[in-house]
Ligand binder design. Structure first.
Ligand SMILES: [Zn+2]
Length: 140
């Protein structure tokens, strides 16, 4: 079964991507870093994290905020959709930076099943215009 990314809002998507980036670092993310990274106040960030917690996408442990398997799968889908749509825009003649910015405005609204169809129709590209891998991890 593939994930339905329509379950996240724009702010929730931003938060998941920040978490994913911070999680690749040495230490797990804390609320203060997340709010700083997102450029929002801590209570606002907490509110978003609580909503993601209700969706089983993050968990909090001893002040740290961690992505769950569900959260990681959602990040993977979001990146897939973003990169496919971005590639479509660039192959259609939109400059790379514009494509990235414009696609960000709606990528979280597109079902992964539609992005998969778009990907096939443009020859299943393996890399986005930024050189990042386009891959989709199927969820168990
Ligand atoms: Zn991009």
């Amino acid at each position: 079964m593939t994930i339905n990314t329509n379950e996240v809002t724009k702010k929730e998507r931003d938060c998941l991507l920040v978490l994913s980036r911070l999680q690749d670092g040495e230490f797990p993310a804390r609320l203060s870093e997340i709010s700083r990274d997102m450029g929002i106040k801590a209570p606002t960030a907490l509110n978003i994290i609580e909503r993601l917690e209700e969706k089983s996408m993050v968990e909090r442990k001893k002040g740290m905020v961690l992505l769950t398997k569900e959260g990681e799968a959602t990040v993977s889908s979001l990146l897939f959709i973003h990169r496919v749509m971005e590639t479509l825009f660039v192959t259609s003649g939109v400059p790379t930076d514009n494509a990235c910015e414009e696609v960000e405005k709606f990528d979280y609204l597109i079902p992964v099943s539609s992005a998969s169809k778009v990907s096939k129709s443009i020859g299943s590209p393996k890399m986005c215009p930024h050189g990042e891998a386009i891959e989709l991890e199927e969820r168990q």
